[in-house]
Design a protein around this ligand. Structure first.
Ligand code: ADE
Length: 261
């Protein structure tokens, strides 16, 4: 059972997402347990003040340290009473880059993972000083808070827990599990707005289809993310398919233009 506790000032940015689709089912199946805690419930005054002006002046508000400490204290106590251990994660653009490997390690974590969502201009530095959380970034851009990153960590980890996705094959085949991008998918009807389905997929020849998909995955990776191929030890089949692609004249020049990245 993967266990997360999310500390946030905006529980409604988290809970509705957890109540949908695969994450909802994972919780119903007892494979995932996510509890969302409102930091405002750990404030000390009757106005439930969770943020305040920055010392030294400047724009924006700073999240107060004490409600966070109190929430962590409560969780620590609960965790110890259950004989468990805790791992504290703190989404921030300064953190270690999140990746599929990182997600894999979270998926194997037996400790309770607490995700502290920062907001506003920042969090009182004494939280980091005292708690030394594990800082993690979901990308080189700045979001309004840690809630979306928290969902990214939970989602990416949960889907790697055996049984969360219906079909175990989908985990083995899929994008990034062996560092290749996905091959293209098609479903009915056979023609949509004048666009057809590659003939090979209608052929029923499983081996030919497997090779076509593998070649498409290699092609997509070669064009879009050559860095993923660079340090890879290729199987002889992959080598042959890549050589075919190259001799067919696939080059980065043929990438669609006008897209970001
Ligand atoms: N909080 C704001 N931006 C973030 C990012 N890119 N990653 C993690 N946490 C964040």
């Amino acid at each position: 059972m993967l266990r997360f506790d999310v500390l946030t000032l905006f529980p409604d940015m988290i809970s509705p997402v957890l109540g949908q689709s695969i994450l909802k089912r994972a919780q119903e199946k007892g494979l995932l347990d996510v509890r969302v805690h409102n930091l405002r419930d750990f404030t000390e005054d009757r106005h439930k003040t969770a943020d305040d002006l920055p010392y030294g002046g400047g724009a924006g508000m700073v999240m107060k340290a004490e409600p966070i400490f109190r929430a962590i204290d409560a969780l620590t106590e609960e965790t110890q009473a259950d004989g468990d251990e805790m791992r504290l994660l703190f989404p921030t653009p300064h953190g270690r880059p999140f990746s599929q490997d990182y997600a894999r390690r979270l998926a194997e974590e037996r400790r309770r993972m607490v995700i502290l969502c920062g907001h506003y201009e920042g969090v009182d530095e004494r939280v980091r000083t005292a708690l030394s959380p594990e800082e993690v970034s979901v990308g080189d851009y700045v979001l309004t808070g840690g809630e979306l990153p928290a969902l990214i960590l939970i989602d990416a980890a949960a889907r790697l827990v055996p049984g969360v996705l219906g079909d175990p094959d989908s985990l083995i085949e899929e994008s990034f599990s062996d560092s290749l991008l996905e091959y293209p998918h098609y479903t009915r009807p056979v023609e949509v707005r004048g666009l057809g389905v590659p003939e090979v997929l209608l052929s029923g020849h499983h081996e030919v289809i497997r090779l076509w998909r593998r070649k498409q995955a290699l092609c997509s990776t070669y064009l879009r993310r050559p860095d993923l191929l660079r340090d890879r030890v290729l199987t002889s089949e992959d080598r042959r398919l890549l050589d075919e692609l190259i001799s067919e004249g696939v080059s980065t020049v043929s990438m669609r233009s006008g897209e970001e990245g």
